[in-house]
Ligand binder design. Structure first.
Ligand code: NAP
Length: 332
């Protein structure tokens, strides 16, 4: 079978496409013919050894897949060849077949095609956990989403709207502003690129404050970090929740006096660890996502698909911050 492999530490240009032996499922495992593998920001980090997890080389990047069960290992119940599944696997998805622990699989809901199905878990799974479990989201609140036209960002816009909130989307370009509006954003802030000096930081804080309104943002959904975080925190509401999700623009430092002034919380979000520690809660969240999906309230926004031989291009585009919504690699 064909596999995209990271054999050396480096950027997407270091990835190679090779023929390797097909894997065999062990006890408790299932063999899946991969239909599609969605690309996420962690794929850009894991190949550079900059992610929380460092799989032994050679490994395939690709943290979430959809496909068809082709064989099951000893002791597996509940799955059979032919079942359509999706799974978050952390890495290993950019290959034609993958072995997955049976408990990580979810059945693809009726009526949803496999390419769409590959692009749900990582972004919406993170966001539903963030907004509900960490953000205490409630209808009528105001949510400020940074990096709102990326994969996680668009899921933040959509889910916050599905929960009845007013959404302010912050993005870096007019094209991204349109994508955020199309996903339901009520208001859009277009920001520049850092580094920001003190005046630029203050000006961006004012842009955020004007957009969220006098009461401030009940939730700041920060998937960007860097110089964007402090101005966003300055626009938070009394007792607001600032959700720390990712750092494509760098790891931010926040002045703690701001949390005192707003009596607000800065809360970390680590969906992968949550899913491993609290699988039942995560499964309930995913079931809720499927219901919202079937109701037409959410759905992955796939802007481009790539063949396996060009998977490195998809990872490079995401790393440059140029992807809108989701980029998906298909195996056909
Ligand atoms: N905590 C968790 O459990 C968890 C789970 C999943 C993902 N994440 C994190 O969430 C973040 C977003 O992931 P994603 O898959 O949605 O990525 P994405 O689609 O590439 O979106 C990231 C966004 O970050 C913004 N950005 C700002 N500065 C950037 C820079 N220097 N380079 C690249 N992008 C930059 C871009 O929006 P603008 O151009 O509009 O600024 C871009 O759309 C990542 O940091 C990822 O690791 C965290």
């Amino acid at each position: 079978m064909k596999a995209v492999l990271s054999k050396d530490v480096g950027g997407p240009e270091t990835l190679v496409l090779e023929d390797i032996d097909a894997p065999v499922p062990g006890a408790g495992e299932v063999l899946v013919d991969v239909a599609a593998c969605a690309i996420n920001f962690p794929d850009t980090l894991i190949i550079r050894d900059l992610y929380q997890f460092k799989p032994p080389r050679p490994f395939s990047p690709g943290g979430e897949i959809s496909g068809t069960v082709t064989a099951i290992g000893e002791g597996v119940t509940g799955w059979k060849p032919g079942d359509k599944v999706l799974a978050g696997i952390g890495s290993g998805g950019l290959r034609e077949q993958v072995v997955i622990a049976a408990e990580r699989l979810f059945a693809v809901p009726e009526g949803i095609d496999l390419v769409q199905a590959s692009a749900l878990l990582m972004t919406y799974g993170t966001t539903i956990h963030a907004l509900k479990d960490r953000g205490d989201i409630a209808a009528g609140q105001t949510v400020l989403v940074l990096g709102a036209a990326g994969g996680v960002g668009l899921s933040g816009v959509e889910l916050a709207k599905a929960y009845g909130c007013r959404v302010v989307a912050a993005v870096s370009s007019q094209e991204k502003a349109e994508a955020a509006r199309a996903a339901g954003a009520d208001e859009v802030v277009i920001y520049g690129r850092p580094p920001f000096d003190k005046d630029q930081s203050k000006a961006l804080a004012q842009q955020f404050k004007d957009a969220v309104g006098p009461e401030g943002a009940d939730i700041v959904y920060d998937i960007v970090g860097g110089d964007y975080s402090e101005p966003a925190l300055r626009s938070i509401a009394w007792e607001g929740r600032f959700l720390v999700v990712g750092f494509p623009a760098g790891i931010a430092k926040l002045p703690l006096n701001l949390t005192l002034l707003k009596s607000c919380d800065v809360r970390g979000v680590f969906w992968g660890a949550f899913a491993a520690r609290e699988p039942a809660c995560n499964a309930a969240n995913i079931a809720e996502l499927f219901a919202l999906w079937r109701a037409g309230k959410i759905g992955p926004k796939i802007s481009e698909t790539y063949p396996l031989s060009r998977a490195h291009e998809a990872i490079a585009k995401l790393a440059r911050g140029e992807a809108i919504g989701k980029l998906v690699v298909t195996m056909d």
